[in-house]
Design a protein around this ligand. Structure first.
Ligand code: CIR
Length: 251
């Protein structure tokens, strides 16, 4: 069970962040409303929230997932792969150090939290445009000192590992077509190509947060008995972000 969550509101210059999507500019007011709904959903899942104000120096700062990897006894502060995002992790480090001992990914390694997927006690570390082998090896070493196993997987397509795949408990993973077959031993729920964005879903305390607008995956998950909370994510999607990206969750 997760007890706490750290989130950061999107700022006025949210549209100034990095994106590859061609969905147009996000509306910062709408983004703030969608963020408030996200926070409400996390509270409904039983989490206590630390809600940070936007820091206008970092237009991508609401995507806090990328700044840390948190286990029950340690928080690994990342070194974001995008140069414009370096510094976000130091702001988060200050907050997390109230909850956990912290250690850092050291230069020249880079690592984004969006590339880290935990499946029970095993961590998958995606090697992507943001996470390099040095950053991944540093994380693997720290995790192993704390009793966790890990393995590296190549992220061929998309921004991060979790842009195309999410572990949703009960041995199930949501997978968009290019990410098929990457995670052994899990039951793959394969998404239609046109519903690929919905692969980034957030399983938290027995509830599954999904982006609205993906009826096919929603009905499949309902038929599997998941308790679903649907959230409008249009503005975050325009900036290549999804549901997992907006929070750090821990016990
Ligand atoms: C970026 O490109 O860094 C942001 N615009 C989106 C980050 C999304 N984060 C995530 O998937 N964990």
């Amino acid at each position: 069970m997760h007890k706490h969550s750290i989130v950061r509101k999107p700022g006025k210059n949210f549209a100034g962040g990095i994106t590859t999507s061609e969905l147009g500019k996000p509306d910062p007011v709408k983004a703030l409303e969608q963020h408030a709904a996200y926070c409400y959903a996390l509270r409904m899942c039983g989490l206590e929230l630390t809600v940070l104000e936007a820091d206008e120096r970092y237009p991508d700062g609401c995507f806090v997932e990328d700044t840390a990897v948190i286990t029950n006894d340690i928080a690994v502060i990342t070194r974001p792969g995008a140069v414009s995002r370096r510094g976000e992790e130091l702001l988060i480090e200050k907050v997390i150090s109230g909850f956990r001992k912290t250690v850092r990914i050291e230069p020249p390694g880079t690592l984004d939290g969006g590339d880290i997927m935990k499946v029970e006690d095993h961590f998958y570390i995606g090697l992507s445009g943001r996470t390099d082998r040095d950053g991944a090896s540093q994380l693997a070493g720290i995790l192993s000192e704390h009793g966790f196993t890990s393995s590296m997987v190549e992220v061929g397509e998309g921004l991060h590992l979790k842009s195309g795949i999410s572990y949703i408990g009960r041995g199930n993973i949501l997978v968009s077509p290019p990410f098929r077959g990457m995670i052994p031993g899990c039951n793959e729920i394969l998404l239609a190509e046109y519903e690929s964005y919905s692969a980034n879903s957030l399983y938290v305390n027995g509830n599954l947060l999904i982006a609205s607008g993906f009826p096919l995956m929603k009905s499949r998950l309902e038929s599997l008995g998941y308790s679903i909370i649907e959230l409008e994510m249009s503005e975050f999607r325009k900036m290549d972000g999804g549901l997992t990206c907006l929070s750090l969750l821990f016990r």
